[in-house]
Design a protein around this ligand. Structure first.
Ligand code: NAD
Length: 471
């Protein structure tokens, strides 16, 4: 069966994945028309904004959109038209975690995937290649196929592929320009292989052929969960070691450096921190836990669950260190929290460790001033309201202030907590910060970002994650 030559792509979901991924496809494939559709009018308006005030912050993204938008890249709320005109459709909708009464208590919420699939089935009038871009539990493609086949019109067929996205927020554009690999999963039938070839040909416009991996559908779906679980496991492993370092006087930087020299381990992703955040790691591991439990593999479920538990422990351990160091109470004390995004170079706050820290500080009745260079004020209030559901927002606002610069945030505070590894926090004038702070002035570095010795010479009392020497 000859592969379809893709000329029109529709992407359902204009979020952190659908937006950048399909903008890059449009840039690299000028012969393909790419329409990204979303039900969220405000989001689509932002993608279309004349001054390129895009709904998400990613280094390099504006340049990509500037080059392709209006040429062969379009953003629209007309989901049905986008579906009807395309020969290949990415499903890139959100797959949040939902609470369930079964097993681990959490599972992937596939409601958005199901609704998008039902919409494709309802309005498609010609054959489509439907591509799972969202991260989904293993065998979700089977449910999608059932929905699509039950509704297909005479003469139309749907081929389903899995093409999980491995970009990391903050480096999305460089990751998409030069991916470690592109993974495409298909049924091992002539039709499945032909659809796989059609999508592979799209990526082959800029991705070297040896980086385009083709596998079975279920392997592809599971590989995405497995990749995120193993990355998060690495962070939880180094964070577990950071606790031992603090208790023994060892230095986590030195330990990471030493073990990273082993070529079987490698140096990447060995940076201790206050804990991982983001919309994916925790969700995907919980997904794997749920899958393991539903397959009656309780020991496997327990193994992966521990990665998330270690992360929770790391966050609360850091909050406790702050309280302990500030003479066992932070009630009425003023703390600056630098960083609210879950990592540097993104405005995304989902599951940010900063939110857990601030919630802990507020529950200890401290006053908190927050500064983040990319997160909007409205987002901060929304996140804090969700994190403290029993406290009305007006009460939260009595304890929390939002600053417009790091220097402003730190002024007259007793302690500064570095929660996100923004480069500008390393480069601020720490002497000025010190001069303006209450004394003794404390810095808690949750990201191994600043030169602790240099700060100590200025006069700060510094606590760094994973280092035995305190204050
Ligand atoms: P997101 O919430 O930023 O975007 C999803 C978008 O889909 C939203 O704008 C929503 O309005 C839209 N949507 C939902 N249902 C729709 C429908 N029926 N029709 C049209 N639009 C609809 O989510 P995201 O961060 O882009 O993640 C998307 C998927 O990619 C998730 O499964 C996630 O796990 C996965 N993923 C995310 C990342 C990441 O770094 N964010 C990386 C790799 C994979």
């Amino acid at each position: 069966m000859a592969p379809v030559k893709v000329t029109k792509i529709c992407c359902i979901g204009a979020g952190y994945v659908g937006g950048p991924t399909c903008a890059v496809i449009a840039l690299k494939c000028p012969h393909i028309t790419v329409t990204i559709v979303d039900l969220n009018q405000a989001r689509v308006d932002a993608w279309n904004s004349p001054d390129f005030a895009l709904p998400i912050y990613e280094p390099g993204l504006v340049d990509v959109v500037k080059q392709a938008r209006g040429r062969n890249l379009f953003f629209s709320t007309d989901v049905d038209k986008g579906i009807q005109e395309a020969d290949l459709i990415f499903v890139s909708v959100n797959t949040p975690t939902k609470k369930t009464g079964v097993g681990a208590g959490f599972a992937a919420d596939l409601n958005y995937v199901e609704l998008a699939t039902r919409r494709i089935a309802a309005v498609a009038t010609s054959s489509k290649i439907v591509v799972e871009k969202s991260t989904v539990p293993c065998r979700t493609a089977e449910s999608m196929r059932t929905i699509l086949e039950a509704n297909s019109k005479p003469g139309t067929r749907f081929d389903i592929l899995s093409n999980p996205e491995f970009l990391a927020e903050g480096t999305a554009i460089t990751d998409l320009f030069s991916p470690d690999r592109v993974l495409i999963g298909s049924l091992q039938t002539p039709e499945g292989k032909s659809a796989c070839q059609s999508l592979g040909d799209v990526y082959a416009n800029w991705v070297p052929k040896d980086r385009i991996l083709t596998v079975g559908l279920w392997s592809s779906e599971l590989s995405k969960l497995a990749a995120n679980a193993m990355l998060a496991q690495r962070i939880s492993s180094i964070n577990a070691l950071s606790a031992i370092c603090e208790a023994t006087g060892a230095n986590i930087d030195e330990v990471a450096h030493a073990i990273g020299f082993d070529s079987r381990i490698g140096p990447k992703f060995l940076r201790a921190s206050v804990g991982f955040g983001g919309s994916c790691f925790q969700k995907d591991i919980l997904n794997l836990v749920y899958l393991s439990e539903s397959l009656h593999l309780p020991q496997v479920a327990a193994y992966w669950r521990q990665v998330v538990e270690m992360n929770e422990y790391q966050k609360s351990r850091f909050s406790k260190t702050v309280v302990d160091t500030l003479f066992n109470t932070i009630t009425g004390k003023h703390i600056a929290v630098l960083g609210f995004a879950f990592k540097a170079d993104t405005g995304d706050t989902r599951e940010s460790a900063s939110i857990s820290l601030i919630r802990d500080f507020l529950s200890e009745r401290a006053y908190v001033t927050i500064y983040d260079p990319q997160v909007e004020e409205a987002q901060i209030w929304l996140d804090l309201s969700e994190a403290c559901p029993n406290t009305p927002l007006e009460n939260i606002k009595k304890q929390v202030t939002i600053a417009h610069s790091a220097l402003e945030a730190c002024k007259q505070k007793e302690a500064v907590v570095i929660a996100t590894e923004w480069k500008e926090f390393r480069e601020i004038n720490w002497q000025t910060v010190y001069d303006d702070m209450s004394k003794p002035a404390f810095v808690f570095d949750g990201r191994l970002l600043v030169d602790a010795d240099k700060l100590r010479k200025i006069g700060f009392k510094v606590t760094t994650i994973g280092r035995g020497e305190r204050v």
